[in-house]
Design a protein around this ligand. Structure first.
Ligand code: FDP
Length: 340
């Protein structure tokens, strides 16, 4: 009987590394360590309703939001999995204001890890999918330890990025610039197995749009006209799209990647720069989307071309099937002003 080859994430990472004869194995180490951290976070997320870990930690993070205890746990797990391997020169997390140094007692390496340990945390206590998002860059500054300069690189300089979605199953999706690979955690053996090799966004895409429409009154005329058009209420008569909005970026993005459509988080009068974070949220999703044949834009330019000026910079985000992101840009550029 023909046996189906089971490809674990470790094997896949090693095979990807072999495509680059000069690879040192450092990037592979980082990805393997991240997969281990994801398994530990998954275990805790799955227990969230059972153990007394839910609830507010009673303080705010640098974004001014209440921090859930599970966020802190995920932050610690990733930090502890990554600080000692000698692969990183520093880390940056959505949960920390500044660059996180590697402790002096450990050696440093040539890579920077940027991560959001638990995205969509307002959904934890209602069993909605949440995620971890990460991106990896090569160090560009001189000297041993990483600096801000290493962390503020445009997305095009990313060497690998991806996310983990903790949902009905746990999936890790990543790209190191040679396509997008998806792995599903088999809890019975504790391994991520290759379940979605070489993910491509569907062509033609399914007609879904995803946006928090409660903010309609705060949007620019261009954004309103775009959504009106997606509802079939535009100048030309078209069939309406279907809408899906979970309010958890990783889950909304994951659906958009696999089914097609467009996810939007526009700027509005309450968040003139947008809500989502460029480095932690928009850029890794943009890499995955482009590598799968889609596009990501802030309404004017490709997300991956933006040169960040701050670690916690926000951005509007339009990500998904290429033709819909192009269409969004056209509407936005015609009527860009926010209402007074
Ligand atoms: P959350 O506030 O639950 O952490 O940026 C964080 C994020 O979730 C994203 O995951 C999600 O897409 C977005 O915010 C939801 O924002 P709205 O509640 O304004 O729709």
């Amino acid at each position: 009987m023909a046996e189906r080859a089971v490809v674990t994430i470790d094997r896949h990472i090693i095979e990807e590394e072999r495509k680059f004869p000069h690879a040192t194995g450092r990037l592979s180490n980082i990805l393997t360590d991240l997969a281990l951290a994801a398994k530990m976070i998954q275990r805790e997320v799955a227990q969230a309703g059972l153990v007394d870990i839910l609830g507010r930690a009673g303080r705010e993070n640098v974004q001014g939001e209440q921090v859930e205890k599970l966020d802190e746990f995920a932050q610690e797990v990733i930090y502890n999995a990554m600080d000692h391997g000698g692969n990183l020169c520093c880390m940056v997390s959505e949960e920390h204001e500044d660059v996180i140094p590697i402790p002096d007692r450990f050696p440093t390496g040539d890579y920077v890890l940027i991560f959001d340990p638990l995205d969509g945390s307002s959904n934890i206590d209602v069993n909605v999918s949440i995620g971890t998002v990460f991106s990896i860059y090569r160090k560009v500054s001189k000297g041993g330890r990483g600096t801000l300069q290493d962390c503020l690189q445009p997305g095009r300089a990313m060497v690998a990025g991806g996310y983990v979605v903790y949902g009905s199953s746990t999936m890790l999706v990543y790209s190191s610039g040679t396509g997008v690979h998806g792995f599903t955690l088999d809890p019975s053996i504790g391994e991520f197995l290759l379940s979605h090799p070489n993910i491509r966004m569907p062509e033609p895409p399914q007609r879904y749009y995803s946006v928090n429409e409660a903010y309609y009154q705060r949007w620019s005329l261009g954004q309103r006209r775009l959504v009106d058009c997606l509802k079939g209420m535009g100048e030309k008569e078209t069939a309406p799209f279907r809408t899906r909005y979970i309010g958890s970026l990783v889950a909304d993005f994951h659906r958009t990647l696999l089914k097609g459509g467009i996810f939007m988080y526009p700027r509005d009068t309450a968040s003139p720069e947008g809500k989502l974070r460029l480095l932690y949220e928009a850029v890794p999703m943009a890499l995955i989307c482009e590598q799968a044949g889609g596009r990501a834009s802030d309404g004017e330019r490709d997300i991956l071309d933006i040169v960040p000026t701050g670690l916690h910079q926000r951005t509007p985000l339009y990500v998904g099937s290429r033709e819909f992101v192009d269409m969004a840009e056209e509407f936005l550029q015609r009527d860009p002003e926010l209402p007074c």
